[in-house]
Design a protein around this ligand. Structure first.
Ligand SMILES: [Zn+2]
Length: 299
């Protein structure tokens, strides 16, 4: 008998919480649950947390489970190799664990790829053949949805566009390398470069953009360089894969009024006209990460 259930469960593993949501194909939210991440001291407690989260849902009402986690991951074996946001967990065999709890199909990918797929499925304006989504939050993530499918690369670690070198021998990135665009245009990047310049520690992107609003010279200088670095990262992506849309999502986009026009001006100057004339650069829909994670089950 073919299952008539058309609800999809999505789980979004984040640095501060794990959010799960049950949605249908049109993106209506039927149930959502959250558990805090901080209490996970090792793989075992993390997996117990996932189990307790799943127990809050009636799984007989679910067609598939999709998970999005920070990378790097092993997509084929459904393993979280490590996570900068949850440093206590390593080589977590998430797929193997879930297969002991449920026989439902499990889909697994990194969080930026899931966010890209969510943008593709739930923002009508983003349903294009070659869609790049850049997530601008704590870090800089990226995903490419091509012909309606996530481009995974080998084992699911393709499109790590946040770690393109944009400044030779530049600022140290969380990944250990120097000059990655994430070190210039993300919350971590903007706050880090601002601290380097002023020795002042800001608590979040909001306080950084407040300074920009007040015409703080240092903040503006850090932002302007960040936008230039960001523009070059987009240039690289566009020249490599020729998307017809680049969509930005995430916390930083709330402050788009302070950078969008500058970004477009740079892009006009540095992207080949033949590529730029068919390109749209937009701010995407704000939605919880579990939407994209769940939509992995749509295919
Ligand atoms: Zn890096």
């Amino acid at each position: 008998m073919v299952s008539k259930v058309e609800n999809f469960l999505g789980i979004d593993v984040g640095g501060t919480s794990i959010k799960a949501g049950l949605i249908n194909r049109t993106g209506d939210l039927l149930q959502d649950e959250t558990i805090p991440t901080e209490r996970f001291s090792n793989n075992e407690t993390f997996l117990l947390g996932i189990t307790s989260l799943l127990q809050k849902f009636n799984l007989s009402n679910v067609k598939s489970i999709g998970i999005g986690t920070p990378g790097p991951i092993d997509i084929e074996n459904q393993i979280i190799l490590s996570s900068a946001n949850i440093p206590n967990i390593k080589n977590v065999k998430l797929g193997e664990h879930l297969s002991k709890i449920t026989t439902l199909p499990i889909f697994f990918n990194n969080d930026a790829n899931c966010a890209s797929l969510g943008e593709y499925h739930f923002n009508e304006l983003s349903k294009t053949d070659s869609l790049i989504v850049i997530t601008l939050g704590t870090g800089y993530g990226c995903g490419w949805v091509y012909g309606g499918k996530i481009f995974n690369g080998f084992l699911g670690n393709g499109m790590e566009a946040g770690h393109q070198t944009v400044v030779l021998n530049g600022a140290i990135c969380g990944c250990g390398n120097k000059g990655c665009v994430e070190s210039y245009f993300s919350t971590r990047g903007l706050l880090g470069r601002f601290k380097e310049k002023t020795n002042l520690e800001l608590k979040d992107a909001k306080s950084f953009f407040k300074l920009v609003e007040k015409n703080d010279e240092d903040a503006i200088e850090v932002l302007d360089f960040g936008v230039l670095a960001f523009a070059h990262s987009i240039k690289n992506i566009v020249h490599m894969i020729n998307p017809n849309k680049v969509v930005m999502v995430g916390g930083i986009t709330k402050s788009k009024d302070f950078f969008y026009d500058k970004l477009i001006n740079h892009l006009k100057n540095i992207i080949f006209p033949v590529l730029y004339s068919n390109l749209k650069i937009e701010i995407g829909k704000e939605m919880s990460g579990f939407y994209g994670a769940a939509s992995q089950g749509f295919e």
